[in-house]
Design a binder for this molecule. Sequence first.
Ligand code: AHR
Length: 611
Amino acid sequence: LDIVVDAAPEVEVAPDLWGIFLEDLNYALDGGLNAELVRNGDFEYTAGDVPGWGPLTGWGVETPSPTRTVWPRTEDPVSENNAVHIRVEGPTVLRNEGWEGIRARSGERLRLRFAARLLPDATQGLVWVRVAGRDGELTTAAAVAVPAGDWSWCETTLDGIATGTGQLRIDVPDGVVVDIDCVSLRPLDDAGRPRLFRPDLVAALAALEPSFVRFPGGCLAHGVGLDNIYDWKGSVGPLHERRQLSNPWGYHQSRAIGYYEFFLLCEELGARPLPVVAAGVCCQNTPGGPRAVPLSEMPAYVQDVLDLIEFARGGADTEWGARRAELGHPEPFELRYLGVGNEDEITPDFRDRYARIEDAVRGAHPDVAVIGTSGPSWFGRDHEAGWAFARERGTAIVDEHYYETPMWFHQNLHRYDDADRSGPAVYLGEYAARSSRMRSALAEAAYMIGLERNSDVVRLASYAPLLARVGHTQWQPDLIYFDGERVLPTASYHVQRMFSAERGDRVHGVRTGGGREVPVSQASRGPVNFRLATGRFALTEVNVNGEKLPDQTLAAGVPLSLGRFGLDGLDVRFVAERLEGEKGFNLDIGEDGPETTFSIDMGNWRNDFVT
Ligand code: AHR
């Protein structure tokens, strides 16, 4: 194989090109990245989240008493934003199974914390707590004394004595009548602090080496209805004071991972935060009701956005910088990007409110790049209108999204080759091919070569939603699946990781030929890139079925091979091709959901996948 590399680089790779998109859908946060093990510990789930849900969703009750011993109540709550608690009369055991069971590990310590108040007619105030599995105890048991009087915070640690999945049991003995709220069980880290994030998921994110994290959505950022817009101020501060929200994806948001934790996560990943605020309008899919913040409330709304920037990076002598310092982070977080809007319909209401926000941010923080929204490619009219509006306004960057077939990606490899370099830059905020996993991953890889080659105009890109709990997905595809125990990266994850973690700083044109035919790579603008990073070369090749575009659907059992190999001084990051009749391995590609996993072992290289 001859490889001819153009001496002059075609383009410098945008330094923040590869990032990730974290939205609370598919149980990505509660039941996922949030290390909290108790589900609905605040008793705040409602029928507004999901018909049939309520304060006792996630809880079970065991009692020998013929009368009811547990009542949801709202009188004298722990905080206005945590309106519901329960009153329990012993003898009663309360059970919580978290999300498909509470995972305990031998040697791991768990911190149990809850708010409680003893009723005056109680004769004693001890409750017993432990985690137990079907086959016995998973942690030690502890007695917790509930003081008389108003709400108190009760805390204890439970030591893991076996590894397994079980339930938290709170045993309220005979004679005890107690109000309980805000039940939390979190693993402790090595320094004895309760974990905020699930470490195996953080490790999977860290391996991607993302430059930025887009959060909190997607649709979740602009919400279904004005009340459902993600108000960042309601998501910071003590957990029991945060405003919990219905999740537009059909569940509940405790917002235990709120804006402060999102910033901490970015810091832990070494990534820049890319928060997205609603453009003063909620999702156009909101049934009935007003969809735009009233003009009389826009000054306060705009001020909230400016306060967010101050919260992120203001000095400790500013109001919101001081708030951040109080929460434990006196140093500013770096904030260079701010998304305004998500896939919005480009209506007069949107234009008006977006303009007010963008003008205010430009005026007060000219160094923050405002990212506008174009509406997804399949919205046609709004997509074009979003771009036209952004050009008119001189918006720095425009966020566009597409979820398309692998065929579409292969047919659009050159989408940005002739993009207008004088207008707004592109943030490809969400994209993914929708088909079988391997086939989609190959199409995305081919497409990403084009993004990299055009990264003078495509400055930022992040794949579809990041996390999905198996059995709780509302959106496909996603990058990483998981359950209570396992992390299951997809083939697309490995593609993203290879591009991001093996990043170059320049792209050179490449022509190949010689001993082996690589037809699609004959031209330097084909899906082959040669990249030069400090002292290293990387050739990226995606070869799907030779020159032909892949079939619309690959049938189960089609032989594929996936490999990665090194040549002298040349690190080939990703080669995938259909090898009929050649030595390789066989795998069955499932078309229906994330539950089937498989791994490929090629001696010195092994990958686990989920189909
Ligand atoms: O990625 C899931 C959803 O897809 C996002 O919330 C939205 O922006 C897009 O339509």
